[in-house]
Design a protein around this ligand. Structure first.
Ligand code: GLY
Ligand code: MN
Ligand code: MN
Length: 443
């Protein structure tokens, strides 16, 4: 596993901030992601556990960070793989505990092979253990094995921990608010994705396959230093656009289709998540345009609702209002908008929420509610804004000309002190921008 140097030096501050919020006399355990196997000894591309990477900057499996606030001999203790010539010949350079001390600024570092001998001693005497409980059976078992080791020495005066706490809450509150350095990486991820979207849009014409458009995305991602998409790319033509998580991506693009592309690269462990919808021929039909204009207006209204102090829910409500009013105007919904919103009639066409946190993970960590109420937006939070209208191909309640139209428009939006900043810029979005861009690309 090749080691990548960390692009910025914030991990030490993050560890300090996390420890400041831990209960007295406690220890936190954060494991690296294990390698995952496709079959036999062939591994999937390694992706570090975001929590572990956020606190260490180490991109290797078989490692664990222990945080022990107040420990006199060092509060940050890392276990990682030892340097090993043969292993490194096959899988790449390892950092090793010695270099970890200087490169990652941890206080202590030990070989992972010694963890069962050392870690119980670090847990012993602490009242509380924080870890991501109930996420990974194997890690749950391992923690309990360490506790059992301490219990077995109780007669010798060993003091096992009495409380186990979920680490997620305090750690994920930190991850939810992005620093300037993190925002720069997210902007870079979005910039690379924007190039992919432009390439796919420019390449599109009837007769190409969805996977050919996907290839344009992946080319731009990889060419610019992204090692993988942040999630499986959705390239959906025609009726496929009404399948929310479509990723078969093997249909032929037909004259008259709309193409919905929902794709974003991951760059330096930060995600982007962008959707554009455009006509295969470069020209919207009147029905496609009518639906598109509603979704665009809904997205603009939702983005305008992003500001510090606004409830998390406000952008969603703004989008629901515009979409319901728009569908009534087109005769696709019948009744009074206020009533249709109350009865959730719009959900036949707009069945998901307007967005989600985004950061190191595409559906990023952080609570949406505090004590059962939607939380308020704060500077440094990043959310997607992605309203859509999907008219099922078999929806016999609407005239045939509307059926099978699926439109979503998605951008990544940072909450700033003054309001918001769109991180995903530079991709045609209005009807006019798309039609002009596609006409110029075809020329
Ligand atoms: N691409 C997944 C999502 O938009 O949430
Ligand atoms: Mn998306
Ligand atoms: Mn999304």
């Amino acid at each position: 596993m090749a080691r990548k140097s960390h692009p910025y030096r914030e991990t030490k501050t993050r560890r300090r901030e996390l420890m400041a919020q831990m209960e007295p006399n406690s220890i936190a355990l954060i494991p690296a992601a294990p390698p995952r196997f496709r079959n036999a000894d062939t591994e999937y591309l390694y992706r570090q556990n975001s929590d572990f990477y956020y606190l260490t900057g180490l991109d290797e499996p078989r490692a664990l960070l222990a945080l022990i606030p107040g420990r006199r001999h060092g509060e940050s203790v890392l276990f990682c793989q030892e340097k090993d010539k043969l292993k490194e010949l096959w899988d790449g350079i390892l950092l090793g505990p010695d270099a970890a001390l200087t490169e990652l600024s941890v206080d202590d570092a030990y070989p992972i092979s010694d963890i069962d001998d050392i870690l119980p001693g670090l847990i012993e005497g602490r009242d509380r253990v924080y870890y991501a409980m109930g996420k990974d059976d194997q890690f749950d078992d391992t923690v309990m094995d360490w506790v059992k080791t301490i219990r077995s020495k109780a007669k010798l005066g060993a003091h096992p921990p009495g409380e186990f706490l979920v680490l997620d809450h305090i750690l994920h509150e930190l991850r939810l608010i992005k620093s300037g350095a993190e925002i720069k990486l997210m902007e870079q991820a979005a910039k690379i994705s924007a190039e992919g979207h432009r390439r796919a849009m420019a390449y599109c014409k009837p007769g190409v396959h969805e996977y050919e458009l996907e290839a344009e995305l992946l080319y731009a991602f990889t060419r610019n230093g992204s090692r993988a998409p942040a999630y499986s790319s959705i390239v959906a033509s025609g009726d496929n656009a009404c399948i929310l998580h479509y990723n078969t991506n093997n249909a032929e693009v037909k004259e008259g289709d709309l193409i919905l592309i929902d794709a974003g690269c991951e760059y330096e462990h930060y995600a982007s998540d962008i959707t554009r919808t455009f006509p295969a021929t470069g020209k919207f039909t009147p029905e496609q345009k009518a639906i598109y204009e509603i979704v665009l207006k809904a997205q603009e209204a939702a983005i305008e609702a992003v500001r510090p102090g606004a409830q998390w829910d406000a952008p969603h409500h703004a989008s629901v209002k515009v979409i319901t009013q728009g569908l009534v105007k087109l005769g696709l919904l019948k009744g009074r908008p206020a009533q249709l919103i109350k009865s959730e009639a719009y959900k036949d066409f707009y069945m998901h929420r307007v967005g989600h946190w985004i950061g190191m993970d595409v559906h990023d960590v952080g609570d949406y509610k505090i004590d059962d109420t939607w939380r308020e937006l704060e500077p440094g939070m990043v959310t997607t804004i992605e309203p859509g209208i999907y008219i099922a191909p078999d929806n016999t309640k609407v005239a045939k000309k509307w059926r099978g139209i699926g439109v979503r428009i998605e951008d990544d939006v940072l909450v700033t002190k003054a309001g918001y900043r769109i991180l995903s810029k530079g991709i045609p979005k209005t009807v006019e921008e798309i039609e002009t861009f596609m006409a110029e690309s075809a020329a």
